[in-house]
Design a protein around this ligand. Structure first.
Ligand SMILES: Cc1ncc(C[n+]2csc(CCOP(=O)(O)OP(=O)(O)O)c2C)c(N)n1
Ligand SMILES: [Mg+2]
Length: 375
């Protein structure tokens, strides 16, 4: 499957839903799970955008167009493997059984959020039922962390693999190069998933690199690279499964470039109509990954218009109910500012904490700005 950008990306599902001679190994139940997860990703994205636009949450990142990348990749891994994802990859968590309400707790930064409101929205972390490493805002920092974890598995003789995903922009980070270098040196069981979605905020991927695509960058580090159609859930499944097999067999890392497209803005903070050419967006809208997979499922007898309505409504109801629950959950108490970091709180922090709690008791809030709360 090794290839560079100038060759056609590896593809399984054609636009009419046919798969030619490719032998699909996922069961009917797994295929439906992939499809329903993609619908849930879309519903989550949609609801979060509306919550942000109506001022009920502070931030979100659009996900439309890249559902097949995440779900195809997740379906090829076990929930005992370790995910070091990018901020758009919550479909991986949903596929492995994380409940939308757990994610919504993070979107609202409430008391039930795993990070108790200390992370930004969409910066999820989960330990159960999937090992989903806390998402890092600084681009590329999680790649060396994934290699370190993979190296640890290797030294312990455990056959888990680490998947780290990042964008085309992420390949310009220092973390990308040091991670690939040491993964190559150690033959660490790690999968690098570069989601080339066309843009890094407003920088087009054509201006991100002078090389022939992104997969080829692995060559210098002794890491094979493959280019895959990222809007094809079965091609993504196949590529990640091969990479995971290689990693578990001690053959080392793989760099997968998934060619896809971000059909929305970068985040709720930008306006893509200012920089995305309309014709380019229209071209990719025709390659919608959900529609393509639907065509395959229909040919296989697993999809009908009635099922589509049932599944779409169920996804939307699940996500809407999750948002209602999370919004009604109280915020993290002021005292949590000082918890979870030290086994024993140092005296100077305890003193700061007591001053802040005292202020809050007297004033009803401990907001910074009046000099009494030093953080
Ligand atoms: C080290 C660092 N530099 C810059 C930023 C600001 N920033 C946030 S996302 C982003 C673009 C990332 O693009 P890409 O890696 O292609 O991922 P995508 O958003 O397209 O999924 C940038 C520059 C950052 N978060 N961290
Ligand atoms: Mg990008």
């Amino acid at each position: 499957m090794q290839s560079t950008q100038t060759s056609e990306p590896f593809r399984v599902i054609q636009s009419d839903g046919s798969v030619g001679k490719y032998k699909v190994t996922l069961s009917d139940a797994e295929l439906i799970q992939c499809y329903r997860t993609m619908l849930t990703v879309r519903a989550f994205d949609d609801v979060c955008m509306k919550l942000q636009r109506s001022g009920r949450i502070g931030f979100s990142v659009p996900n439309k167009g890249i559902e097949a990348c995440q779900v195809g990749a997740a379906s090829a891994l076990r929930n005992t493997d370790f995910f070091f994802p990018s901020y758009r990859d919550f479909g991986m968590a949903l596929y492995h059984g994380v409940e939308p309400v757990e994610m919504m707790h993070n979107m609202f930064g409430n008391a039930k959020d795993a990070a108790r409101g200390r992370q930004m929205p969409v910066h999820f972390s989960f330990v159960d039922p999937i090992k989903f490493f806390s998402i890092s805002s600084p681009i590329g920092t999680h790649l060396p962390q994934a290699v370190g974890a993979a190296r640890a598995y290797q030294l312990r003789g455990e056959d888990h693999v680490c998947l780290t995903s990042f964008g085309d922009g992420g390949t310009s980070s220092l973390g990308f190069h040091s991670a690939l270098n040491f993964a190559g040196v150690w033959k660490a069981p790690v999968i690098f998933l570069c989601q080339n979605n066309g843009w890094a905020i407003s920088c087009p991927s054509s201006e991100q690199t002078a090389s022939d695509g992104f997969a080829i960058k692995g060559v210098a580090y002794g890491v094979p690279g493959v280019v895959v159609d990222g809007n094809d859930v079965l091609a993504m499944h196949q590529a990640v499964r091969e990479a995971a097999d290689r990693a578990r067999a001690g053959e080392g890392p793989t760099l997968i470039e998934a060619v896809t497209y971000r059909m929305g803005g970068h985040s709720t903070s930008d306006d893509p109509t200012k920089y995305v050419p309309k014709e380019e967006l229209a071209k990719w809208q025709e390659r919608d990954p959900v529609v393509r997979f639907q065509a395959y499922l229909k040919k296989r007898g697993l999809w009908t218009a009635a099922l589509e309505t049932e599944w779409t409504q169920a996804a939307m109801e699940r996500v809407t109910a999750a948002a209602k629950t999370a919004e009604a959950t109280e915020g993290p108490g002021l005292e949590t500012i000082f918890s979870d970091v030290y086994a024993e709180l140092p005296a100077h922090l305890r003193a700061q904490g007591e001053a802040a709690f005292d202020l809050a008791r007297r004033k009803g809030s401990a907001d910074a700005g009046d000099g009494a709360f030093p953080l």
